[in-house]
Ligand binder design. Structure first.
Ligand SMILES: [Zn+2]
Ligand SMILES: [Zn+2]
Length: 265
């Protein structure tokens, strides 16, 4: 399974990063995880939007959904789809879908297919299992666990505070894609809806994950410092996401494949 980083900024863009968006690619199947503001341009650099098989929206905050509008207009109006145009399922909670219904002036569900899901539910997409879980953020926030046909497992937490519930919902040996909005809370939101580096390390240890990709670090916090702090407390594979990075999970081992723009997209 490959993970392409389309946006690694937290809450708002930084000078060099767009907001949360990732592509999980298993074989020929591309699953888009969130579509934060600014990420659509990076998608065009890394993948054909017409090849996206489904979309998961973790919650309704701007930095996770805004560029679904750009993606919608691209899919609707670009003529050279090479016959690949089809409705793309959008998996999200009822709260997120209710918000989306009024987010743009026109319904986007002539291009997308509305799929309301709840924590505890699963879907199968082309041999991949997608399981949705509860996280501590705003109402209707969900995590997503993708298990591909060869058993590689990626857990995307979206935005979340640390919780025992989250830790116990993550299967041992998974690779975690998660947020560390802060280096340390220092008052911040008090850890109620976001994590800091210590929370991420605690989550990794408690869930016994094999590796973690850290993203959604809010500027001007330095993502590399977050990575160092997590490595101090967690001995698994630790990677710090940058826009346009490509990672691969092979036998549970997390490797960085490339941080360059791929040819073609
Ligand atoms: Zn966010
Ligand atoms: Zn959020």
């Amino acid at each position: 399974m490959k993970v392409k980083v389309l946006g690694s900024a937290g809450s708002y863009q930084s000078p060099t990063r767009q907001c949360s968006s990732y592509l999980a690619v298993t074989g020929e199947t591309a699953i888009l995880l969130d579509v934060g503001n600014g990420s659509f341009g990076n998608l065009l650099k890394m993948h054909d939007p017409f090849d996206i098989r489904c979309i998961f929206l973790s919650h309704r905050h701007h930095d996770h959904i805004a560029d679904i509008v750009s993606l919608y207009h691209f899919l609707k109006f670009v003529p050279n789809d090479l016959g690949k145009r089809r409705k793309i399922p959008v998996f999200a909670s009822k709260a997120t879908h209710d918000f989306l219904a009024n987010y743009v002036a026109v319904s986007i569900f002539d291009i997308f297919e509305k799929r309301v899901v709840s924590a505890g539910e699963s879907q199968i997409i082309e041999g991949n299992s997608l399981s949705f879980g509860a996280v501590n953020h705003i109402d209707g926030s969900l995590s997503l666990t993708i298990t591909d046909g060869s058993g590689e497992r990626l857990v995307y937490s979206g935005d979340s505070a640390y919780s025992n519930e989250l830790a116990t919902s993550i299967a041992e040996g998974s690779t975690l894609l998660t947020e560390s909005t802060y280096l340390e809370h220092k008052g911040g939101d008090g850890g109620l809806i976001h994590m800091d580096a210590h929370d991420v390390a605690r989550l990794c240890n408690d869930a016994e994950v094999k590796g973690v990709i850290i993203s959604h670090v809010a500027y001007p916090n330095d993502p590399e410092v977050v990575g160092m702090l997590v490595r101090d407390e967690f001995s698994g594979f630790v990677e710090v996401a940058n826009d346009l990075d490509v990672y691969e999970i092979v036998s549970g081992k997390l490797c960085k494949v490339s941080h360059r723009i791929e040819e073609g997209y």
